[in-house]
Design a binder for this molecule. Sequence first.
Ligand code: PMT
Length: 410
Amino acid sequence: MPLDRTPVPDELRGLRLALLVSGGIAAYKLVDLASALAQAGCQVRVAMTQSAARFVGPPSFQGVTGNAVLTGLWLSAGSPEPHVELGDWAQLIFLAPATANIIGRVASGRSDDIVTATLLAARCPVVIAPAMNDAMWSKPAVQENVATLRHRGVTVVEPETGHLASGHVGTGRLADASKLLKAMADAVRSRYDLAGRRVIVTAGGTREPIDTVRFISNYSSGKMGFALASAAADRGARVTLVTTANHPEHHGVELRHVATADEMLAELRAEIRAADLLMMAAAVADFRPAKTATSKIRRESTPKLTLELESIPDLVATLGREKDAEGVFRVGFAAEDSDLAAEGLEKMNRKGLQAIVANDISRKDTGFGSDDNAGVVMFTDGSSHELEKMTKREMADRILDLVVPRLKKT
Ligand code: PMT
């Protein structure tokens, strides 16, 4: 099917794709493919062998993807190790047209150019689409190398039979665009069960100002929220982390810094309509000073200070009643020091949530500030899952294992 009539599968939208091009005549077809993927919202970065660059100029790929093209291990201005940086960045690597030479070099673990080195540095699924002369494709050496790559988990899109550049008719043509896109989507689906999904996570304790230098807050460090955000991004989601804390950068996680519950609610409202999943790990204040002083309150002029607190509306319950949040799967966290399951269940129902994670904050080794957590995940269908003590990142993965299959099908 011609590329302009081949729909790009949803799984690939928003995905970070490294397109590796090796030196075959079919390299020109990759420009169209890169263009279609970029237009569909995929982030495409291209690396080419020197031979590929003789078939198609790097500016063509740069033009359609909007990103600089890597053609060597030493040529990148941005990174001293461009192959490692690209391998880390990519959520999927697609190599085409995979020549007999590059297949052999990849199978033997070579890393002497940007394409082979990126493949060796990759941490993500790899799809390759061979294309070559039919006699070359049929040789045992090539077939054994292809089998080796398959055995190592690489997806190989078989070449097709038809007219070849050599003038022969045989098997060796680069597979049709619809097959290439399907193989990429399948590889993404099996590895990234949140591909194409938008996830919002909240993290940290809100800060409710007393005056220009003081605030009321709590012990939340934001670690649980960051663990959830990075776990969701690693599964392919586009994540917005609305947070009061500082976090390291993570691919696929966009940070929105806020301080107060009001600011957090405004960010959530701006994002919720496009979201599939909201996970409220933030410890949102229940009370704030009824009045905020516009300058520093001084002890000299205020020997006794009485603060009047007003309650803060429940953010997640408020959102849940709004039209934009309809269909968004909402997971709350319950910070409890006793009766975890009963308190969690009551909060899930009262706040109109689809699930709640009740965690024990009376323990020193879990909950607030700790690298570990433990608790119980409950759903509105009555199911409940104990999570023993583990790292917050492990807990985030376990929570997502339970939540993702319950998301509305897209
Ligand atoms: O940040 P860490 O140091 O890693 O610690 C993690 C954590 C212990 C803070 C986290 O796992 C956790 O339990 N977060 C929820 C804390 C909390 O506010 O619990 P709650 O039981 O008071 O609230 C229940 C739910 O309602 C929460 O999802 C909360 O975000 C939400 N809420 C609460 C108050 C409010 N005004 N609006 C809300 O939306």
